[in-house]
Write a protein that binds this ligand. Structure first.
Ligand code: MCN
Ligand code: CUN
Length: 795
């Protein structure tokens, strides 16, 4: 079923690009390259005020008193607001995306370092920041819970005493799979391997931090909010519910966004503070975080402490996988995941293998750290799931003395088994794993690499080869199974073709850098034959786009991409009827050829889509029952997720003197079904692989025992640059999704999901001569050094 075909032309002059899929330069880039992007911080409104937030310096404390008088008297200050004041309006707490509540401004206690305590509104940013220093807060410092492993200890201090009847730090329990069946396969297995793994807390750290400009007009009662959000429609409805305003009185505008990576899915207290400030002052108010605020207070990612167990026969047939997870959700459960999936899509932890039984038991706890959890290109926690399965498969290979590529090839789900229902109930739509794996091995020169490694080992040099194979589940809904706070995960889309044959497509998803203005124009172009240059993509403004759930979990192509293709087909169907009138033949006699309808058997007689658009709006008669205009709208509810897959191979060298890891080569073969724009896909993969190097080798949000965040600046929280990454070697196979109208699957998170285990597997492989079987991320020189000396430091 795998076919590899692609139009490889690169159109340097996009006007020459006739229609459809293929490499095409991005329509948004002339704007970005000239510095003409328009971000939230570029919004300047007459009389605009500036808001700054006072944050807690400690992780856990009771607020004894707050004195704002000096701040109020500070030059340029217009208002100082505390939690107590918000409480009078019943606005001190807000709902989170996970049916928990979170303090907008702390009233009773602070529960993590960096939590919002008060805000100042002033004439400029500097006056607002200066006045923060004058607010006097008296804290009664409490013991913090920093290590999730201690959260449920009987003597652990209670963090969420705001919740009725709560007596401990338990957040939720979740399980999936069949415990007894898994027990049974483990009991009869020849080999059982188990391994403790930590996927540390990391942060998406987008280039643009979070922020908002709120402008409430007291006369017409309309709130305009420019905000850094990946989900403008969902945010608008939540504001409507909280504020008791109808949606049409709230306009959420998400303009150009400088990277989201899941960091811009949650609703943050800062957005709500900006809205309150605009209502209180009667003026537009801007709030923009600085880098430290972003790193310490906004949605982190991961923080899963996992035990993985794998059972197999002596000859390497995997029978079962079992895992126990302790999930650290921070002080408030602000995870952005579909309601029925508190652990996101972690349930796909059985990976790409045809096994007999699986079971997962998870406990989530509250700790005195910032909330978050689902972010950083994670496909709703598939990062954690793939890391778990791909690490323990490598541990098993080690135990069996088997090559890790051979072990994977031996256990793959076979092409004829799709659609394949996993032992935890996920229905993988399509896949053909072996060709993808073989292509990666061929590109890497796998056998040759193993020979090189053997020679180097004999000389005492440390070289490692790591493999990871992943299957993701992206494109949430369907709406019957998936919703965010009751909002079903389906996407609207509208297409209007104007009289001159130019078109506008309106999306409910919102790009943060993924190139939607280009690829969605290409999808529509492929279906109706109007060149992409003539198709304008509108998104990110709730007043001008249809309702839909937004961009995350790589759902834009699987859901809105399908909507765009189907809405274009709907327009094409109408165009066919109009064409039949123009050509005076029945619709059955018309053949569609990109951009025109021709009379079958008489190719000289045809009308282009542009001719039809003019007729649709023009003076002549239209066929019986056909209204004027050429436009359509739909709401697409996906029947299933799409399941992209990929094979990654990483080659590392380790300096035995300094324990520094160098990623020498990285081969990534991705299969995302039908490829719309291969250049954009490559960009997505390059970015994700770079993130993977960061997570595997450098990045970690750590805390000291008092709960001080040790990664609060980019001096401490290291992110990779071009110096730390190799020239990526990418390849692809194409296994279309059978249920998606154009066969496309998502790709935006694949590389972040697949690369960390490949890199860790490579490092552990390099360290085999030292008897190392596992070491936790980030594999910094000191951690690698410790591993070489047989000492593991607590992560
Ligand atoms: N694409 C394609 N052919 C396919 C699949 C995708 O050409 N078969 C193109 C799409 O048309 C789109 C891009 O690749 O232009 C990514 O598509 P998709 O996989 O649908 O992902 P989304 O557009 O929904 O993007 C979300 C995803 C997520 S969840 C995170 S996190 C992440 C990621 O995208 N954040 C990003 N990549 C990012 N890239 C940038 N530059 N900035 C971010 O914030
Ligand atoms: Cu998990 S990060 Mo993306 O789904 O926005």
């Amino acid at each position: 079923m795998t076919t590899v075909h692609e139009r490889v032309d690169t159109f340097h002059d996009n006007d020459q690009k006739p229609v459809g899929y293929g490499r095409m330069l991005r329509k948004e880039d002339p704007r970005f390259l000239r510095g003409r992007g328009r971000y939230v911080d570029d919004v300047q409104l007459p009389g605009m005020l500036h808001l700054a937030i006072l944050r807690s310096p400690v992780a856990h404390a009771r607020i004894v008193s707050i004195d704002t008088s000096a701040a109020e008297a500070s030059p340029g200050v217009k208002a100082v607001v505390t939690g107590a004041m918000l409480a009078q309006q019943n606005l001190a707490w807000m709902p989170t995306l996970s049916n928990d509540v979170q303090a907008v401004l702390a009233t009773d206690k602070v529960r993590f370092q960096g939590q919002e305590v008060a805000f100042v509104v002033a004439e400029d940013r500097y006056a607002a920041r200066d006045a923060l220093e004058l607010i006097d807060v008296e804290y009664d410092v409490l013991d913090p819970v920093i290590d999730a492993r201690r959260a449920l200890a009987p003597d652990a201090p209670l963090i969420r005493d705001d919740l009725d009847g709560k007596t401990n730090n338990h957040c939720f329990d979740w399980e999936t799979g069949d415990e007894a069946a898994t027990e049974a396969v483990f009991a009869r297995a020849d080999v059982v391997v188990s391994q403790d793994l930590v996927y540390p807390r990391v942060h998406p750290a987008p280039m643009e931090t979070c922020g908002a400009v709120a402008d409430y007009d007291a006369v017409d009662g309309k709130l305009r909010l420019w905000s850094t959000t990946q989900a403008p429609h969902a945010h608008r409805t939540l504001y409507a519910i909280v504020a008791g305003l109808p949606e049409h009185k709230i306009q959420v505008i998400s303009p150009d966004i400088g990277g989201g990576f899941g960091n811009k899915v949650p609703i943050y207290p800062g957005y709500v503070c900006a809205i309150v400030a605009s209502i209180v002052t009667g003026k537009p108010v801007k709030w923009m975080e600085d880098r430290s605020e972003n790193l310490i207070s906004t949605g982190f990612a991961r923080d899963y402490i996992m035990r993985g167990e794998i059972a197999a026969t002596r000859d390497g047939r995997i029978l079962g996988i079992r895992t126990n997870v302790l999930a650290d959700h921070g002080a408030f459960n602000g995870t952005a995941a579909p309601v029925k999936y508190p652990a996101g899509f972690f349930g796909v932890f059985t990976g790409s293998y045809d096994i007999e039984a699986a079971y997962c038991k998870m406990t989530a706890v509250y700790t005195n750290k910032a909330p978050g959890g689902v972010a950083y290109a994670c496909s709703f926690r598939i990062t954690e799931a793939v890391y778990l399965v791909e690490r323990i498969v490598d541990c098993l290979a080690d135990e069996l003395g088997m090559d890790p590529a051979e072990l994977r090839l031996k256990n793959f789900i076979q092409p004829e088994q799709f659609p394949y229902t996993t032992k935890t109930g996920w229905v993988y739509d399509s896949g053909n794993y072996e060709p993808t794996m073989r292509l990666a091995m061929e590109m890497a020169g796998y056998d040759e690499l193993r020979r090189e490694q053997a020679e180097k080992r004999a000389r005492g040099e440390l070289m490692g080869i790591g493999i990871a194979f992943f299957t993701e589940a992206v494109g949430a809904g369907p709406r019957k199974d998936m919703d965010i706070l009751g909002l079903g995960m389906a996407d609207g889309c509208e297409l209007r073709v104007h009289p001159t044959g130019k078109a506008v497509v309106r999306l409910s998803v919102q790009s943060q850098g993924q190139g939607h203005e280009t690829t969605f124009a290409q999808i529509v172009a492929e279906e109706i034959g109007i060149p992409p240059a003539d198709i304008e993509v509108l998104h990110g403004d709730t007043d001008n786009t249809p309702f839909g759930l937004g961009t995350y979990g790589s759902r834009s192509t699987p859901v809105s991409g399908a909507a765009a293709a189907l809405v274009a087909r709907k327009v094409r169907d109408k165009a066919r009827i109009i064409a039949s009138g123009m050509l005076e033949v029945s619709v059955a006699d018309l053949e569609w050829e990109k951009g025109a309808f021709r009379v079958a058997g008489d190719p000289g007689r045809s009308v282009t889509i542009q001719d039809i658009a003019l007729r649709a709006h023009g003076a002549g008669d239209l066929p019986e029952g056909i209204e004027g205009g050429l436009e359509a709208q739909i709401c697409y509810n996906p029947s299933n997720l799409t399941y992209p897959h990929g094979a990654y191979i990483c080659v590392v060298d380790i300096d035995p003197g300094t324990a520094q890891v160098t990623v020498r080569r990285f081969i990534a073969v991705d299969d995302c079904g039908t490829r719309i724009n291969p250049m954009i896909i490559e960009g997505q993969v390059h970015g994700g692989l770079t993130d993977g190097v960061g997570m595997a080798l450098m990045e970690m949000i750590a805390f000291d025992e008092d709960g001080n965040c040790l990664g609060a600046s980019l001096m401490d929280y290291l992110i990779p640059t071009s110096l730390e990454v190799p020239d990526w070697e990418t390849g692809f196979t194409v296994t279309p999704s059978p249920h998606h109208p154009i066969g496309a699957k998502g790709v935006g998170e694949s590389a972040t999901v697949g690369s960390p285990p490949a890199i860790v597997n490579a490092v552990v492989d390099a360290l085999k001569p030292f008897g190392v079987r596992h070491a936790d991320m980030p594999l910094t020189p000191s951690r690698v050094w410790d591993a070489m000396r047989g000492q593991a430091r607590p992560p």
